[in-house]
Design a protein around this ligand. Structure first.
Ligand code: NI
Length: 182
């Protein structure tokens, strides 16, 4: 079972490295990690369980965050209706993106960043991503809003880029007026 302490902190050099492409079939260890990540993310979005198990709420996690330099991430997003929108994303490629930019009003979060971060992270409002699922089936998803941001945030992790790297250091709120907040 994955615990909060197992998730690497931003200071860890692993999080700043580029991950490797995956070949199929996935090995047992990676399949187990995928299940562990799903469990963590789902449970973390349940207030009671999160408190009991000391989980930080999160809707996405990439393999480098558990110390594996592999191009895999999971998105598990609990809607207001209580359903989960979920993707296992392997070897993703950005196919197209909108010109319209958005940023997350309350600030982008990351399970590897345990501090308040000031500034905005410019993201495309919509992206189309091609990827393989855990069975090796190719898929394409047109994602919008929060899910689009999640895809971009997690794809960055696979290239060793943290959301904090996307914030302009000299002007953390640069171009805010040119973007829509979500
Ligand atoms: Ni993150």
């Amino acid at each position: 079972m994955l615990k909060t302490k197992d998730i690497l902190d931003e200071k860890n050099p692993i999080l700043h490295k580029k991950c490797e492409e995956i070949t199929f079939p996935l090995n047992k260890d990676d399949l187990k990690s995928i299940e562990d990540i799903y469990k963590y993310l789902r449970d973390s979005q349940d207030d009671e369980l999160a408190k009991k198990e000391d989980l930080r709420p999160g809707m996405g996690m990439a393999f480098p965050q558990i110390g594996k330099l592999k191009r895999i991430f999971i998105i598990s997003y609990k809607t207001e209706e209580g359903d989960f929108i979920e993707y296992t994303v392997i070897n993703p490629k950005l196919i197209s993106y909108s010109n319209e930019k958005v940023y997350v009003e309350e600030g982008e979060g990351c399970l590897s960043v345990n501090r308040e971060v000031e500034g905005i992270v410019p993201r495309c409002a919509r992206v189309t991503v091609g990827f393989y699922d855990e069975k090796g089936t190719y898929k394409e998803v047109r994602a919008r809003e929060e899910i689009a941001v999640a895809f971009q945030h997690e794809m960055d992790h696979l290239d060793g880029i943290m959301f904090t790297d996307r914030i302009d250091k000299n002007n953390p709120f640069k171009d805010q007026d040119k973007m829509r907040s979500i």
